[in-house]
Design a binder for this molecule. Structure first.
Ligand SMILES: [Zn+2]
Length: 252
């Protein structure tokens, strides 16, 4: 954001350092804060008159903004994850947890008594649905004010659905999520990877500050991010990814 103090004009830095690989990341565009994912279905909010600048790493392709780097949990809760959030992410409340619960239940049925953590699970709906299906499932969201952080080295499976695009600190978030895994544990997560941006990059529907989409990945950025912690990532499709160090018996 542009800050003007006295006669000093202090714009956003034109070149930044990638939050994942530390590569050179020039500015790649700017959108209004109210740009949201539902615009592809015709749902436009009035302009907020708050410009959000994004950088793009020339090495791994990560698209990220520094606009929210100093926000507190309270600021996110007030301006993004507020009562109007469901208007820009209508699947958040029920449809996405229901679909994900089915897939996870089928996956963990391959093992015996596996312990699961839904990381960044928001309202805890997914974990509740999994418990109804007999899965030992827990939920914890670092953005929520309440709840006790689960112990490290405790889970066979950590899931993180639509989480990684929301963090301004990808390394911190992934380190925290992976710390919950037992040595043979795996992390299943979704975030849309955009490996090739169109010339008018900021028009892409997924680059949406009002949805809290502030860190947009590529396959390369995810690979680099998890490799730093000794994990390799299998990209199951453009949106679904599995990180592991070794294949556990129940997945082999
Ligand atoms: Zn990078």
């Amino acid at each position: 954001m542009v800050h003007i103090e006295g006669d000093r004009l202090d714009p956003v830095a034109s070149i930044s350092s990638c939050k994942i690989c530390r590569g050179t990341a020039p500015l790649c565009g700017v959108v209004d804060f109210n740009k949201n994912c539902e615009e592809r279905r015709g749902h436009f909010l009035p302009l907020a008159a708050i410009p959000i600048y994004y950088h793009r790493c020339g090495e791994c392709g990560l698209v990220f903004t520094h606009a929210f780097d100093r926000w507190s949990k309270h600021a996110f809760a007030r301006h993004i994850y507020n009562a109007a959030y469901a208007d820009v992410d209508p699947d958040y409340i029920a449809a996405r947890p229901a679909a994900n619960a089915m897939a996870i239940a089928n996956m963990v049925a391959r093992g015996d008594g596996l312990k699961c953590l839904d990381y960044g699970g928001g309202n805890g709906r997914l974990a509740a649905l999994l418990r109804e299906r007999g899965v030992d499932a827990h939920s914890w969201d670092p953005m929520e004010q309440a709840g006790t952080e689960p112990s490290p080295d405790s889970f066979d499976l950590v899931t993180a659905f639509e989480v990684l695009e929301h963090t301004p600190e990808p390394r911190v978030t992934v380190a925290n999520a992976l710390s919950k895994l037992r040595p043979q544990g795996v992390m299943l997560f979704t975030t849309l990877t955009i490996d090739t941006l169109p010339p008018r990059a900021m028009d892409h529907w997924y680059i949406a500050p009002r949805n809290g989409h502030i860190t947009i990945h590529t396959c390369r950025s995810l690979d680099a991010l998890f490799e730093a912690f000794g994990y390799r990532v299998h990209h199951l499709d453009q949106n679904t990814h599995l990180a592991l160090r070794e294949v556990p018996d129940w997945l082999s």
